[in-house]
Design a protein around this ligand. Structure first.
Ligand code: IMP
Length: 180
């Protein structure tokens, strides 16, 4: 049966995202003391955010990018608590200045798991940047160094975020309504 989910009203506009991403990029760049910054995007949700974020960073900063994929959600809208690495980084991060870029933090289980794995690889510095924070839903405490927007507990899509694979291409963030 076709999903009954629909996109609802725009919670965060394209303009608001553009402005906030620019501000985040400037703050991150000014807080970066190392010569090289490795931005690690978590697939698939952070692809669009990471792409925009790094392009707003100053050209003199040596920014590298890499990606990891961790499963935490299937097509459902609830955290399973089960996380595993589907795709690992392409290079060693020991001694590097690493910025983990994630689309959204909800329970915190995904990021908390990921940070443990990355910390064990002994980076010189490990920071986190999330576009959206659903702080009401947190189950485990996770250090967030940079956050785009704090949002209420609603399932959202757009700007990289999906619902069952749909709506990642939307330029803004919208709530999802309905359900089968
Ligand atoms: P957590 O482990 O509960 O913090 O969930 C983090 C992951 O769940 C994110 O990387 C997203 O893939 C997914 N997620 C959580 N909330 C939403 C949402 O509102 N829309 C789309 N994906 C979400």
């Amino acid at each position: 049966m076709e999903s009954e989910y629909r996109t609802g009203k725009v919670l965060i506009s394209e303009r608001e995202i553009y402005d906030r991403v620019g501000a985040l990029a400037a703050t991150i760049a000014s807080g970066t003391r190392s010569k090289e910054l490795l931005a690690v995007g978590i697939l698939n949700g952070a692809v669009i955010f990471l792409s925009d974020l790094v392009r707003r960073m100053p050209p003199e900063l040596d920014v590298r990018i890499d990606f990891m994929s961790i499963s935490s959600y299937g097509n459902a809208v609830q955290s399973s608590g089960v996380v595993r690495i589907m795709k690992d980084l392409g290079s060693d991060i020991e001694g590097k200045d690493v910025l983990v870029v994630e689309d959204i933090i909800d329970t915190g289980l995904t990021l908390s798991y990921l940070l443990k794995i990355l910390q064990a690889r002994r980076p010189a510095n490990l920071r986190t940047c999330v576009l959206l924070d659903k702080s009401e839903k947190r189950e485990v405490s996770v250090p967030i160094d940079y956050c785009g927007f704090t949002i209420p507990d609603a399932f959202v899509v757009g700007y990289g975020l999906d619902c069952g694979g749909r709506w990642r291409h939307l330029p803004d963030i919208r709530a999802v309504t309905g359900g089968a």
